[in-house]
Design a protein around this ligand. Structure first.
Ligand SMILES: *[C@@H]1O[C@H](CO)[C@@H](O)[C@H](O)[C@H]1NC(C)=O
Ligand SMILES: *[C@@H]1O[C@H](CO)[C@@H](O)[C@H](O)[C@H]1NC(C)=O
Ligand SMILES: *[C@@H]1O[C@H](CO)[C@@H](O)[C@H](O)[C@H]1NC(C)=O
Ligand SMILES: *[C@@H]1O[C@H](CO)[C@@H](O)[C@H](O)[C@H]1NC(C)=O
Ligand SMILES: *[C@@H]1O[C@H](CO)[C@@H](O)[C@H](O)[C@H]1NC(C)=O
Ligand SMILES: *[C@@H]1O[C@H](CO)[C@@H](O)[C@H](O)[C@H]1NC(C)=O
Ligand SMILES: *[C@@H]1O[C@H](CO)[C@@H](O)[C@H](O)[C@H]1NC(C)=O
Ligand SMILES: *[C@@H]1O[C@H](CO)[C@@H](O)[C@H](O)[C@H]1NC(C)=O
Ligand SMILES: *[C@@H]1O[C@H](CO)[C@@H](O)[C@H](O)[C@H]1NC(C)=O
Ligand SMILES: *[C@@H]1O[C@H](CO)[C@@H](O)[C@H](O)[C@H]1NC(C)=O
Length: 496
């Protein structure tokens, strides 16, 4: 990234010289008890051959094959213009109710330790009693309920689009386009590596589903520039990651949860890297949030144009789209100056417009000359003017239900909620409601909340989630999906 080039050796030594000053307010007596002498001399300019160290010959290529090779042929993209052969979400033969009724805590959830020692007989030495999947039963790495099946199938739809998307940006933009956005050949190779990671994730999820696992589909992307590609990636991986945090601890199969967590840890790193490539703070939160599956599907579906015949359908809901009219544009050094609907298109998670005038853009601002005003790629950028802030008036419009979305336009947006009354902000560990003031049909405003997770951590930050709802049920991360019957429309909010 660009920052590599500007961190010259002379700059590093200047930072070292400044180090003994107190750097952390309130943290006294941190005197260094060590001292070190820096080697002197000129940096290396010729490389290799190295020492020939002990090794033995190896072979690779015997591992389990991937469900998708690296790309080898033509791909097609763009909107779908046919007629769906089937419509609506997948359904079981019976549906038993319209909302899950709240219950008291599970009667077995009573463990509390007051003396700090293990309470129950230990099965073997050094092994405290309890846990699931710890009694020696053989792990079965397969989905084990409709809930698991539909959740992992949704995850697979997400891995497939990521595989195509990361490659697509590399294929449609030139080396010069990337350099203009501050991204070098090494950064492009990194994005290409992320695409290959997705072939592994798609293979894993396919294997845990079995023969009805969904194949790759055809996609329709909203970006026109490298900045918009990167912005769309940081948004798409945000709901991909949060979608998994939302359901992973509800899975019946602990084994599937185990492997899924080991792949979503990688996706989380992708999300952070795309934020860095956009010159956003890599993680302006203390906790990553989880969202219900129907939310992840609502964000994803509009970007899938068609899927092959017989592709397994999903059971999740598509909510109507909520548009954040004055969504802050991360390409501006002065996000307050963002114009209404300053986005590349009109779908739910379209990237911010990157074609604003050069003297209003933060992309070309030199981070060393004007720290706090640059959004060039970097390990971390500190926005002197935050993208958004507690108390900001947020204008909203939302769509009517009944719109065709998703593969082959074969899913229909729906809501079972009544009149919208609240805006529901989902970020970190929190769901915060603010009153919604209606100003017309499907139009209104609210104010960004100032709620905190713990003192000093404003809840609303990062790329986060915003819904409008008909009521304000108290929900926490493990029962957030009980919000679904109350959701009128759903949007993505760029808070930081
Ligand atoms: C969700 O969980 C919280 C406890 O964390 C509980 O107080 C609340 O009543 C639950 N909400 C519903 C609708 O069951
Ligand atoms: C072992 O633990 C699993 C839950 O992890 C449980 O379903 C199973 O019944 C247990 N097996 C035995 C023999 O207790
Ligand atoms: C989080 O958001 C606030 C504005 O609400 C901003 O001032 C703050 O710098 C953000 N935190 C980080 C780490 O960027
Ligand atoms: C979706 O449309 C494509 C292109 O027209 C078609 O080939 C495919 O069979 C359709 N898929 C489904 C599930 O109907
Ligand atoms: C789709 O399923 C039908 C019914 O099972 C089958 O006849 C048809 O060959 C399948 N089409 C494809 C492309 O697999
Ligand atoms: C952005 O607007 C807020 C609210 O009016 C204001 O407090 C803040 O100073 C503005 N930012 C700048 C950089 O002027
Ligand atoms: C980071 O930005 C904040 C304003 O959001 C400012 O107070 C602070 O001084 C900045 N820090 C650095 C290191 O630029
Ligand atoms: C946002 O809503 C406020 C309050 O209704 C209104 O004054 C303002 O014009 C709206 N701005 C936009 C861009 O719609
Ligand atoms: C809202 O919709 C109703 C019925 O469709 C219509 O009569 C009314 O004029 C609309 N109001 C506004 C402010 O657009
Ligand atoms: C946010 O979440 C934390 C941790 O669960 C909780 O203690 C706090 O009460 C929540 N804050 C709000 C405003 O809901």
């Amino acid at each position: 990234m660009l920052s590599k080039a500007v961190l010259s050796t002379s700059l590093l030594s200047a930072l070292v010289a400044a180090a003994p000053k107190p750097q952390v307010s309130g943290y006294a007596n941190a005197d260094a008890s060590f001292s070190v002498e820096y080697p002197t001399g000129t940096p290396a300019a010729s490389f290799g051959p190295d020492s020939q160290i002990a090794a033995q010959p190896t072979q690779s290529g015997s591992a389990y094959p991937r469900v998708s090779a690296d790309p080898t042929g033509a791909t097609s993209h763009g909107p779908f213009s046919g007629t769906p052969t089937t419509t609506g979400a997948a359904k079981a033969p019976a549906t038993l109710g319209t909302a899950i009724a709240p219950l008291p805590p599970n009667p077995t959830a009573t463990y509390y330790n007051t003396n700090g020692s293990p309470q129950n007989p230990m099965p073997i030495p050094y092994t405290p009693a309890g846990g699931l999947g710890t009694n020696g039963s053989e792990p079965r790495y397969m989905v084990n309920s409709d809930f698991d099946y539909e959740s992992i199938q949704l995850g697979l739809y997400q891995e497939w689009i990521e595989l195509d998307l990361f490659n697509n940006g590399l294929a449609v933009f030139s080396e010069e386009d990337f350099l203009e956005a501050g991204l070098t050949a090494e950064d492009r190779a990194y994005i290409a590596f992320m695409a290959i990671q997705e072939t592994g994730h798609a293979s894993l999820l396919t294997n845990m589903l079995g023969e009805t696992a969904a194949p790759q589909c055809t996609y329709d992307y909203p970006f026109r520039t490298v900045r918009e590609f990167i912005d769309f990636n940081q948004k798409l991986t945000r709901w991909g990651e949060s979608g998994v945090w939302g359901f992973i601890n509800h899975l019946d199969s602990r084994e599937v949860g185990q492997l899924l967590s080991q792949s979503i840890a990688t996706e989380a790193r992708q999300q952070m890297s795309f934020r860095q490539m956009l010159g956003l703070h890599p993680m302006p939160v203390w906790f990553e949030t989880g969202i219900p599956q129907s939310w992840a599907w609502t964000y994803l579906a509009p970007y899938i144009s068609s899927c092959p015949e017989n592709t397994t359908r999903l059971a999740w809901q598509n909510f109507p789209t909520l548009h954040i009219v004055n969504q802050a544009n991360p390409n501006r050094f002065s996000p307050n100056d963002t114009k209404p609907n300053e986005v590349a298109g009109n779908r739910i998670a379209d990237p911010a417009d990157s074609t604003i005038p050069a003297d209003e853009s933060c992309v070309g601002v030199d981070p060393l000359e004007n720290p706090g005003y640059s959004c060039a790629p970097g390990i971390v950028r500190n926005r002197s003017e935050p993208l958004s802030f507690p108390g900001k008036l947020v204008n909203l419009t939302w769509e009517q239900p009944g719109q065709a979305v998703g593969p082959n336009n074969s899913y229909i947006t729906a809501t079972s909620a009544g009149t919208p009354v609240f805006a529901a902000w989902v970020s970190q560990l929190n769901l915060t409601y603010t009153p919604l003031t209606m100003t017309g049909n499907n139009t209104g405003y609210t104010y960004q909340p100032s709620s905190e997770v713990y003192q000093g951590d404003p809840a609303a930050n990062d790329t986060m989630f915003l819904a409008i709802t008909d009521s304000n049920p108290y929900l926490t991360p493990f029962n957030l999906s009980m919000i679904n019957p109350h959701v009128v429309a759903l949007g993505l909010y760029q808070a930081g």
